[in-house]
Each structure stands twice: as structure tokens, then as C-alpha cells.
Design a protein around this ligand. Structure first.
Ligand code: EPU
Length: 343
């Protein structure tokens, strides 16, 4: 099989630039090749791991003794579905921000707040990517998956995928049998962009833009991200390392008494999503903290960085130290947003 390589360093396939080797590494550009890779892992009785852009992933320094399947399935189709909307169907291996750029060039609304997020299209539904007031689930019409239990392609609809905050069926046991091959989203032709997220509202007020276009929103998001998040060309990073914890109203009130300035967001069911970055910064003092070759980014304390020579072990140790501090001061267990492989 010409698309199979042996002992491939996963540090070349993760944006942290750390991690050991994958024993077997398939690069697949069609459903047929995907099927071959899955059958290969079965024949070897080894687990497989599906890789997109590696931008939300920490691989152990010992690597992964199994089959990594890198999805390179491409193709983008635009379909007019009504006077006001267009459906875009995207191969899972397409670069996410490239497609966002194309949608904005067409003045279509839906993706602009999700500008600048690294990684591939196929990864976007898995953790229901979200930023600046939008989530991918707000646009999704369908996801085509390869069902590895029946070895056929199936189409899942929005209601089948149990989307939540950084969560979906694909992260849970019942969805582990699915490998995403194509994603369909509905974009709007004449919609008013959503600039309700604090940073966006402030940006347009400051720049005196009353009615921003989708292109204005994309540019604003890219500028805000540049100011807050590390440049992937300069540092190893996977963006937010932890999720923002969601707590009951009661727990929140107790925290608020102790920490009156704590930042939170309302969610449905009366729960509160608490800013983990705020806790890590203001209570634990981790912003800009450095531990050897790794550290916490100077402008965003949810973001861990590898300054060049760091290892996954160092990143994991720092993350554990951060979790312990949050637990000790607030009683909250924060959990990883990123995926860990081989630990
Ligand atoms: N804050 C601090 N200290 C910091 C950073 C932030 O006190 O070091 C406070 C600020 O008050 C700020 C608030 O925390 O207003 C929220 O910060 P921010 O707007 O940066 O958002 P976040 O909750 O930390 C989430 C996503 C990001 C996404 C931003 C913007 C998660 C886990 N992270 O971060 O997503 O870009 O909102 O929408 O939900 C990612 O998933 O990799 C990611 C970068």
C-alpha cells in the first residue's frame, strides 16, 4: 500500500510539535482508502486513531502503537438551496480556514466568527468548534460518516449528533465507530453578522463601524485572535488546552462571594459557564508562566505553548499543575479540551 508509512513521527503532524512515532501511518484521500486502512488495523488487531490537522492534539512522547489514519479527503461543492441560503459540502480533509475564506469571499454568513481556527473541516463537528459567539453546530446540515461497524457511508443529520459545548456524539462511546468524511453546512446570503460577543462589539464600536459586513467580521476576528493567541508559526500550541467549566447556579454564587470579579457566561438550564482563563490568570497567576521549554501564553492563560524544545511530558506536567491549582482554590475539576493520544 503506497499510502502506508511506518514509524512516522507525530511531532510532524501536531501543532504542538511534540510526540513520538505512529507505528503505522495511512494518508487516505478517498472512502475506499479509508476502508483499507480500517481493515488493516483490524487485521493487525490494533486500534486506529483518526488525524486531521493535529491542532487540538497532544501525543505522548512514547508515540502510538497503532494505526494513525490521516484524512486527506478533499472537494468543496456549493449548492443554492433557496433565495437566501447556500449549502456547502466540504471534504473532511479540507483546511477549515481556507473554506471560511471562500465563504466570506462569496459574502455568505455563518462561518465568519470561526475565522482563523487551525485544523481541518472533519475535526470541526467533533468538538463543535466555537469562537466569538458562534459554533459550527449553528450551520451544520449534515455530516457524512464512514461507519466502521457496518463498513458503509451514512449521513447524519443535525439532531443525530448531540452537539453541546465542545461536545458531540463523535467524542462519546456511541459515536466512536464513525469517521467523518464530509461536512455540509447552510450559509446565509443576506444575514446580519453576529457581533454580540464582547470583543467584537468593542472592536466595531472602537472602529466606528455600525453595520459590519461578513468580511469586516472575519478581519476583526483575525485581528483579535492575533492579539490574544500565539502565532502557530512561532510556537507549538493547540489553542485552548482546557474547556471552560460549567457549574450550577448555587456553586457559582459561592464562588462569586469569594471571587467577586470572576467572569462567567449564562447557559441554558440556569447553569453558568465560568472562564477558566480568568481563574488561571487571576487566582493562580499562570499567565506568562514558564516551566522550562513550555509555558502558558502571555496573553491567554488557557493556552499552553511549546517554546521549541519542549516535550509532551513537560506540557502534560504543566497542565496537571494548572488543574491542581484550580481544584485547590475553587473546588472545580477543569477538563482538557484537547485530545490526548498514547498516554
Ligand atoms: N481572561 C482572563 N485572563 C486570560 C484570558 C482571559 O482573565 O488570560 C478573561 C477575560 O476577562 C475574558 C474572558 O476571560 O473576557 C474570556 O476570554 P476569551 O474571550 O479569550 O475566551 P475564553 O473563554 O478564554 C473561548 C474559547 C476559545 C475562543 C474564545 C473566543 C474555550 C475553551 N475556548 O476562550 O477557543 O477563541 O472563547 O470566543 O471555549 C480553542 O477552542 O482552542 C479556542 C481558542
Amino acid at each position: 500500500m503506497e499510502n502506508l508509512s511506518l514509524d512516522v513521527s507525530l511531532s510532524l503532524h501536531t501543532t504542538f510539535h511534540t510526540g513520538g512515532n505512529a507505528k503505522y501511518f495511512f494518508s487516505v484521500s478517498s472512502v475506499e482508502q479509508l476502508k483499507e486502512a480500517v481493515l488493516f488495523s483490524r487485521a493487525k488487531a490494533l486500534p486506529f486513531f483518526v488525524l486531521g490537522g493535529g491542532s487540538n492534539l497532544l501525543v505522548s512522547d512514547d508515540g502510538f502503537f497503532g494505526v494513525v489514519i490521516k484524512i486527506n479527503i478533499v472537494g468543496i461543492e456549493w449548492k443554492n438551496v433557496s433565495d437566501s441560503s447556500v449549502e456547502v459540502l466540504m471534504g473532511a480533509g479540507e483546511n477549515w480556514d481556507y473554506v471560511v475564506g471562500l465563504s466570506v469571499e462569496r459574502a455568505l454568513s455563518g462561518f465568519e466568527n470561526l475565522s482563523g481556527i487551525p485544523g481541518t473541516v472533519g475535526a470541526t463537528p467533533v468538538q463543535n468548534i466555537g469562537a466569538y459567539g458562534s459554533e459550527i453546530k449553528d450551520t451544520i446540515s449534515l455530516v457524512e460518516v464512514f461507519d466502521t461497524s457496518e463498513m458503509v457511508v451514512k449521513t447524519l443529520r443535525l439532531q443525530d449528533m448531540a452537539f453541546g459545548y465542545r461536545d458531540s456524539i463523535f467524542k462519546n462511546p456511541e459515536g466512536k465507530k464513525y469517521i467523518i468524511v464530509r461536512v455540509g453546512c447552510i450559509l446565509q446570503k443576506n444575514a446580519k453578522p453576529n457581533i454580540s460577543y464582547k470583543d467584537l462589539t468593542a472592536f466595531f464600536a472602537k472602529n466606528n463601524i455600525a453595520q459590519p459586513s461578513v468580511n469586516d467580521v472575519r478581519n476583526a476576528v483575525l485581528e483579535i485572535r492575533r492579539a490574544k493567541l500565539p502565532d502557530l508559526n512561532m510556537y507549538g500550541t493547540a489553542g485552548s488546552f482546557f474547556k471552560n467549566p460549567i457549574v450550577s447556579g448555587e456553586v457559582f454564587e459561592t464562588l462569586k462571594e469569594k471571587f467577586p470579579l470572576i467572569v462567567s457566561f449564562d447557559t441554558s438550564l440556569g447553569q453558568k459557564k465560568i472562564s477558566a482563563a480568568w481563574i488561571l490568570d487571576n487566582i493562580c497567576g499562570f499567565k506568562g508562566y514558564r516551566a522550562g521549554n513550555v509555558g502558558v501564553y502571555q496573553n491567554q492563560s488557557l493556552v499552553l505553548v511549546n517554546f521549541g524544545e519542549g516535550t509532551s511530558r513537560e506540557i502534560k506536567n504543566l497542565a496537571d499543575e494548572m488543574k491542581a491549582c484550580v481544584k485547590k482554590n475553587t473546588g472545580i475539576d477543569i477538563s482538557e479540551e484537547i485530545v490526548m493520544l498514547g498516554f
